[in-house]
Design a protein around this ligand. Sequence first.
Ligand SMILES: Nc1ncnc2c1ncn2[C@@H]1O[C@H](COP(=O)(O)OP(=O)(O)OP(=O)(O)O)[C@@H](O)[C@H]1O
Length: 266
Amino acid sequence: MSTRETDSTSTTQNASTEPILRTENVRKEFGNLVAVDGVSLEFYDDEIVGIIGPNGAGKTTYTNLISGALSLTDGTIVFDGDDISDLRKYKRVRRGLVRSFQIPQIYDELTVFENVQSSVLSRKQENNRLFSLTHRDTASIEETERLLEMFNLESHADEHTEHLPHGVRKILDVAMSFALRPKLMVLDEPTSGVGSREKNAVMETITDAAVERNIGLIFIEHDMELIRSYSDRIVALHEGRVLDDDDPAAVMNSEAVNQFILEGGV
Ligand SMILES: Nc1ncnc2c1ncn2[C@@H]1O[C@H](COP(=O)(O)OP(=O)(O)OP(=O)(O)O)[C@@H](O)[C@H]1O
């Protein structure tokens, strides 16, 4: 399990004294249905937060509001000190708020190396020159190599991606997101579709990389063992509202969480 070491003797101010992301009374209606009903939460860039909740609790909608995939009905989102409530998705990505997708967005006609390099170049806004740059842009090649190493992808570097095992595709997707140099990453079920034996390896790789780069993580997960093992904090959603927000042991022992989430299955 990945945990960040906290230096209790340090008196220096670090970035984590202010939340990297704050949502204030965030609300999303779909017609008459209130999917997210006034969610106020804070997230820091040195923590891994798991989001749990039964089907339909509003987890995906909430993370879509954060990423800008959906517009708010009401409320405010503050990222890195700025109100981003009305900011387009790609502008949030440029500021360092990156959502990785449930279905990995990978180009199957490219190799693993080229996929990661395309993300590096897209951050530099040079991906329109991808094919002319790929083989000679030393800086992006070196950065890609470092990312492949960080995500244990070196042995797959020259493989085309269509036949990669599902877990490796998931890791590749996150590696590509890391190439965008996020400050905070939102992951929707990073281990969905991954075999049970592979799940821990996927989570371990992702969380280790986040700790190494000091990137905050928010992840939705249905597997309670994984969420307990890899979260510093757990947010429980139920019917679009926050049911609990605490350290994993406290959330797992909460009466409300047990009644509405754990006993009903997530
Ligand atoms: N685009 C949409 N249009 C209408 N209703 C929607 C839309 N997206 C989500 N909903 C509804 O909003 C509610 C919250 O859905 P959401 O997908 O956010 O829940 P969830 O907690 O992620 O559930 P799951 O664990 O099943 O993925 C549900 O009742 C869902 O049917």
